[in-house]
Design a protein around this ligand. Structure first.
Ligand code: NAD
Length: 547
């Protein structure tokens, strides 16, 4: 098959002094290419930005073009501050995004500083240029839904009804993952344009604004055990109670509206997206109060689905905390997806690892797929995912792949790929990165670290240590992020990026960083008392100093 023309970046000459710098520049450009609102530098999650403002973005681009090995650019909340002389093994870019001192870490202070142009929220992967489009959360969502299927006693979700909401940058992974598992799904989305965009991208099969029609499509697909994804243009706070009162009951329920942000994200009952935008400027207190009230109704219906026997979980958007503000005291009867489904994976350092073909050539990702299928033939979870992703996941922006790999596996893959770059088996260098939602890289007591065995949920030492370890291990970019908007005060996380350019220096960086990054994850869970992590640490020969 002939290779399609590489995307906008492919074939471009280097604009920087080397591939390490050029790779980071291409990643910055890519998060805007695949992001939701590039004109405003917004990548995802309503307000997650790639840079503080347009001048800051231009200054970062100019600095990357001039940056030499042995220099390190410092970025503070999306604004470049300076270039420091370091040494050739130091990171090229160090970032701290949206970190506020404890007592000041709240929505009011964040929005005030944001209005003054002093801070911006980098989300997890937006501000450190690691976002790869909706594929980034796709496998995580797939793994969650596969585990939900297992709880229903099945290998997949064929003949089952999955109900969710939100077709944004992240949320649109939900219907795609559900379809990969054979489910019939409804994703409620208040913004018709977003729904149309997802239809065009193939994430959903049908768009309607009629609940009866959506339910009929689901009923038919369930009886034929056929994957079918409906986008229902409506407000989730209207639709969830209506479905709960009806005859066709969902088997699995969640939500991924931007409920964490009541000013820029969640659209209350009775509002169009345009109404919400208008009210934000006119009466933000009213918009917030109406959002809280709607979320109360929305989560009450989720609790009702739970009572009726559905598997219900929070999909990482703080909706339960907002519902508490509405007086829904039992909101936390709904478990969060990490604790409910993914913690055993984190114990082994397994998490959302990804790689990006900086050349723009899809063939590079396919060659790595082939390598993985052969080298990881013993790992059924990895090979099942790669086979499905190869067929079902369209590339967005720079071709990329995600796979949940763990300690040791990431290092092996990174080194093998670096060899493939060196030997010319790939057309260009590959960037490696991962989500911040990783074993050791995130403290988020309402998402990632809820109900930790030793009650260490709120301790942010681990992501800070993770970033320090990655600096000491020669990563190319290291970032420390905290929450902004509605997430202010809720979380701290660390991000890391490496450029495999085929050199011996890159091999050393990959060996150290990929090994130590996952080591810290395993050690974090071992320290919290998880036996699986203690066994994983022992198997890996990690030298633990505490019992
Ligand atoms: P986004 O802002 O791109 O999209 C949110 C969507 O929800 C929008 O399309 C909006 O129109 C829709 N929406 C808002 N209110 C609605 C309502 N009442 N009814 C129906 N639709 C409504 O955000 P995103 O990037 O898709 O992220 C969604 C949420 O998921 C955020 O809170 C984000 O922080 C969280 N998140 C979770 C994970 C995870 O790992 N689980 C990862 C990333 C993001």
């Amino acid at each position: 098959m002939t290779e399609p023309r590489p995307d906008a970046f492919g074939g471009k000459p280097l604009r920087c002094r080397g591939w390490r710098q050029e790779g980071l520049l291409r990643l910055l450009e890519n998060v805007l290419t695949v992001g939701e609102d590039p004109d405003n530098l917004v990548v995802y999650a309503a307000l997650g930005k790639a840079a503080r403002n347009r001048p800051a973005y231009e200054a970062i681009v100019a600095a990357l073009k001039n940056l030499s090995d042995g220099e390190t650019m410092i970025v503070q909340s999306g604004k470049p501050i300076a270039i420091l002389t370091t040494h050739s093994r130091a990171p090229l870019v160090l970032m701290a995004n949206c970190n506020l001192v404890g007592r000041w870490a709240n929505e009011e202070v964040f929005y005030d500083l944001e209005q003054r142009g002093l801070i911006c929220w980098g989300g997890l992967t937006a501000g450190c240029w690691q976002y790869i489009g909706s594929q980034g959360v796709l496998q995580g969502t797939f793994e969650i839904l596969a585990r939900a299927a297992a709880r229903l006693g099945a290998a997949d979700l064929a003949g089952r009804f999955f109900l969710t909401a939100g077709l944004g940058g992240m949320g649109s992974a939900q219907p795609r993952a559900a379809s990969m598992l054979g489910a019939a799904s409804i994703t409620v989305e208040v913004d018709g344009e977003r729904a149309a965009k997802r239809l065009e991208a193939g994430a959903v099969h049908e768009v309607t604004d009629s609940l009866p029609r959506a339910l009929e499509s689901v009923r038919r697909a369930m009886s034929e055990r056929r994957a079918w994804a409906v986008a229902l243009v409506a407000n989730a706070a209207d639709v969830y109670p209506a479905i709960a009162a009806g005859a066709l009951r969902p088997d699995v329920v969640t939500d991924q509206t931007a409920a964490h942000d009541l000013l820029y994200g969640y659209v209350p009952q009775g509002y169009s997206p345009a109404d919400a935008r208008r009210e934000r400027g006119r009466d933000p207190a009213k918009l917030t109060a109406d959002g809280v009230r709607s979320i109360g109704i929305h989560v009450q219906a989720m609790l009702e689905f739970q009572r009726l026997g559905a598997i219900v979980f929070d999909n990482g958007n703080l909706i339960r905390s907002q519902a508490i503000r509405a007086g829904v005291n039992r909101a936390f009867d709904i478990p969060v997806f990490t604790e409910a489904f993914l913690r055993p994976l984190f114990c082994e350092g397994i998490g959302p690892f990804r790689w990006i073909a900086l050349s723009g050539y899809r063939a590079d990702i396919r060659a790595i797929d082939d390598y993985l299928l052969a080298a990881f033939a013993h790992d059924a979870a990895v090979t099942r995912w790669i086979r499905m992703a190869r067929d079902a996941v369209p590339f967005e922006g720079l071709p990329a792949r995600i796979a949940w790999l763990g300690h040791g596996a990431r290092t092996a893959l990174g080194l093998a790929v670096n060899d493939m770059v060196r030997s010319g088996a790939l057309r260009g260098p590959i960037a490696f990165t991962r989500d911040h939602l990783e074993a050791g890289a995130m403290a988020h007591p309402k998402i990632k670290t809820e109900n930790m065995r030793d009650c260490s949920d709120a301790i942010a030492d681990w992501p800070l240590l993770n970033a320090l370890v990655n600096c000491a291990s020669q990563a190319d970019l290291v970032a420390i992020h905290s929450g902004g908007g509605g997430y202010a005060g809720f979380m701290t996380s660390a991000g890391v990026t490496l450029i495999a350019d085929g050199t011996a220096a890159a091999a050393e960086r990959l060996q150290l960083t990929l090994t130590n990054d996952t080591s810290l994850g395993v050690l974090r869970y071992a320290d919290a008392g998880y036996e699986e992590a203690r066994r994983a640490a022992e198997r890996a020969g990690l030298r633990r100093l505490s019992p």
